[in-house]
Design a protein around this ligand. Structure first.
Ligand SMILES: [Zn+2]
Length: 340
């Protein structure tokens, strides 16, 4: 379960749908009442820390070493089997964008969505386990404050924030979907101004909906945990501990209540910049969470326009390979949320 078998990886890139490993959810249901918790891994196929952690946990539950006190636990060790088989981020496309059931599935991830979205909808909470290409420490992403807005209405901030700060990591990021939507609105203006062809770029904020955003749209809470660098074996331990802590905090298993992170770094995303041209270039080979001081040069557009930081901030998700009309980098500032 934890590594695609040689038999699977030796298959050609494109095989028939029925030849892909079938979708698999492992569900443990207690006869006693309690919340229904879902844990997903390998939404991006090369991010398998959570896959390993779940393999271990399934065995422990099956052998009675860990007992369910109530509720239900669903574990999906490989959410995107095609991407997992190919040991890369996506099969046909990024599963974590535009996630919604579709009437006429075309790409592989459309089929995943049609299977996964109803499962998300029947759970109260989601822990989605990922890993990253470059960076130093694990971090978690959480959702908006309670609100009745149109973009991402939400009423579960208390439980989400209470759990996220007790997962075991020390860095927390919020503000993803509203910052994404802000960037999309700006991109739509660039399309109007003729910079991009509408056919080639995404101008719908719903493109920013992944597993956690879909979960919140269905009334649940949802947390993404980036467990560490893809190949860092410690990421498996981070993932395992985060699942255990979530299950204790939601009452599914017994155990000492996990403590909140001491001295957490809480970062709010507040801006995003699209790449305009292939020759737009960064001033440095930025990595996520590099600190930028007010006035510092971040990058230079192909036409010579300098992009400088308007305030002290951190760069997040810089992408040197992004295409014109796609996100180039995000900015975040310290402080704000985590009140519960
Ligand atoms: Zn990921």
């Amino acid at each position: 379960m934890s590594q695609p078998s040689a038999k699977l990886t030796s298959l050609p890139e494109e095989i028939s749908l029925f030849q892909e490993r079938p979708f698999q959810a492992v569900r443990f249901t207690s006869p006693l009442p309690g919340p229904h918790i879902l844990v997903t891994a390998a939404v991006h196929g090369n991010e398998t820390a959570g896959t390993f952690a779940m393999t271990r946990l399934i065995e422990q539950i099956e052998e009675g070493q860990i007992q369910l006190q109530g509720g239900a636990l669903t574990l999906i060790p490989v959410t995107n089997p095609k991407a997992y088989r190919l040991q890369r981020r996506a099969g046909d496309r990024n599963l974590n964008r535009r996630l919604t059931p579709v009437d006429h599935p075309e790409q592989y991830e459309d089929h995943v969505a049609n299977w996964l979205c109803p499962i998300l909808a029947e759970h109260d909470g989601l822990l989605d386990l990922h890993s990253f290409q470059s960076g130093d420490m694990p971090f978690a992403l959480f959702g908006p404050q309670n609100n009745q807005g149109s973009l991402e209405p939400f009423a579960q901030a208390a439980i989400e924030e209470s759990i996220v700060q007790r997962l075991g990591c020390n860095r927390f990021v919020y503000g993803w979907l509203d910052t994404y939507a802000k960037g999309i609105a700006r991109r739509a203006k660039e399309v109007e101004a003729g910079r991009f062809d509408a056919k080639n770029v995404d101008t719908d904020a719903m493109y920013g909906v992944g597993t956690t955003e879909y979960m919140r749209s269905q009334g649940g809470w949802a947390i993404t945990l980036e467990c560490g660098q893809h190949d860092d074996l410690n990421g498996r331990e981070v993932a395992y501990q985060a699942i255990i802590n979530t299950l204790i905090l939601t009452g599914l298993i017994a155990g000492p209540t996990p403590s909140p992170a001491k001295d957490p770094q809480v970062l709010g995303l507040y801006d995003v910049f699209d790449r305009f041209h292939a020759d737009d270039s960064f001033a440095k080979p930025w990595k996520s969470f590099d600190v930028i001081t007010k006035g510092e040069l971040i990058g230079t557009r192909a036409d010579g326009t300098a992009i400088k930081a308007e305030q002290d901030c951190l760069i997040v998700f810089p992408n040197m390979k992004s295409q014109p009309g796609q996100e180039w980098f995000y900015l975040a500032r310290e402080g704000g949320r985590l009140g519960y």
